[in-house]
Design a protein around this ligand. Structure first.
Ligand SMILES: [Zn+2]
Length: 249
């Protein structure tokens, strides 16, 4: 989708392969499908025999006793509301044990909050981020941080990053509201704190900065200086929806 610059691709490409950037990795599809068909450790292990070594590494969580416990609707960020993305738009993983998490990737949706949620629920979309932040500051989480979201069009970056979409269009500076910046900065500070990610521009990047991407978001109007300052502030003085429940006293 070349010109719309986001994971979601406001306009769906007609017919042919979509181009959604995160798509060029049949291996993901193969392993996911194998697991679904297998439906269990034994079958998955059988399937694994015919998969490349690379794939074996991704099946290890199927071994009994090593998978992290998951509860439906569980959040990584208490300030978010849970809405599940389609399982076609992410890959089950066990980060940071299988892949270290050391990047936050900033996106702009090229559409409304509701339409972003909708496409992430659409299995045909083949892309999604972990979070979406609205212009009013609301946050939904759609993929667990321990899982790999197909967000960046770059497998290695997908595996190492947590992704945040922001409601708006890259060519409309007014879409990037104060409430959105503030809320997103708290979220990013929380992600950085939980994963030990340095709060700097090497580790907090735009989709446009991912190697090999043809996407341009978050676009020229995203105010990085302002955003990074807000993240730093939130990181040093965790405000409102912080992961620590002991915020009284
Ligand atoms: Zn993007």
């Amino acid at each position: 989708m070349g010109n719309n610059g986001s994971t979601r691709g406001a306009r769906k490409p007609s017919g042919k392969s979509s181009g959604s950037s995160s798509r060029k990795k049949p291996a993901d599809g193969v392993s996911r499908r194998a697991l679904l068909i297998g439906g269990g450790t034994v079958a998955a292990a059988g399937t694994a025999a015919v998969l490349a070594r690379d794939e074996l590494k991704r099946l290890w969580w199927q071994v009994p006793g090593v998978e992290k416990p998951r509860k439906p609707g569980e959040l990584d960020y208490p300030g978010a509301t849970w809405v599940a993305a389609s399982e076609a738009n992410w890959r089950r993983a066990d980060r940071p044990d299988d892949f270290p998490v050391d990047r936050v990737i900033i996106h702009v949706t090229q559409g409304s909050f509701a339409s972003a949620v909708k496409v992430f629920q659409d299995p045909a979309h083949q892309a999604a981020t972990h979070y979406i932040v609205g212009q009013d500051g609301r946050v939904v989480q759609m993929i667990r941080e321990l899982d790999v979201a197909y967000q960046a069009g770059n497998r290695a970056y997908n595996e190492r990053a947590v992704g945040i979409e922001h409601e708006g269009f890259v060519d409309r500076p007014k879409d990037l509201t104060k409430a959105m910046y503030a809320s997103s900065a708290r979220l990013t500070a929380s992600i950085c704190a939980r994963h030990g990610i340095p709060v700097d521009r090497e580790h907090i990047i735009g989709h446009v900065e991912v190697p090999g991407t043809d996407h341009t978001d978050p676009g020229p109007h995203w105010d990085w200086d302002r955003y990074m300052e807000l993240v730093r502030r939130a990181a040093t003085a965790p405000p409102g929806p912080s992961p620590t429940p002991s915020a009284k006293a």
